[in-house]
Write a new protein. Structure first.
Length: 122
């Protein structure tokens, strides 16, 4: 799996915000297979060379299958080792829905394109 990270053009990055570092809005697209039970690696070194404090989705696609996504920081905020996780509602054979569960491996999340994320870091 490879997440595609696109820095918007023109680049949308703030100046230094006290207590938050810098803010950047990027676009993320998922490919056709979710290969890790822990999440998919997202390398943010082109946006934040030193540290990523966190991030969240600010705009999602309509056809994303209902998945809710979250960013999990890498060790010490390393910009090269954070991951994105996707959670979805599971429906059983009786049409009853369960809680949000982490997307299963080998699932196809490619409908999630054009997700806009805001990240904070330095």
């Amino acid at each position: 799996m490879a997440l595609t990270l696109s820095v918007l053009s023109p680049n949308i990055t703030s100046g230094s915000i006290p207590g938050f570092g810098f803010m950047a809005i990027v676009e993320v697209a998922w490919d056709a297979s979710f290969e890790s039970a822990l999440g998919e690696p997202l390398d943010l070194t082109t946006v934040f060379p030193n540290e990523v404090y966190g991030g969240c989705v600010v705009a999602d696609t309509i056809s994303d299958g209902g998945y809710k996504c979250t960013y999990v920081r890498g060790a010490a905020g390393a910009p090269s080792s954070g991951v994105l996780q996707a959670y979805g509602v599971v429906t059983d054979g009786f049409g009853l829905s369960g809680p949000l569960l982490l997307m299963a491996t080998a699932h196809d999340p490619s409908a999630m394109t054009d997700q806009r994320w805001v990240f904070f870091g330095r």
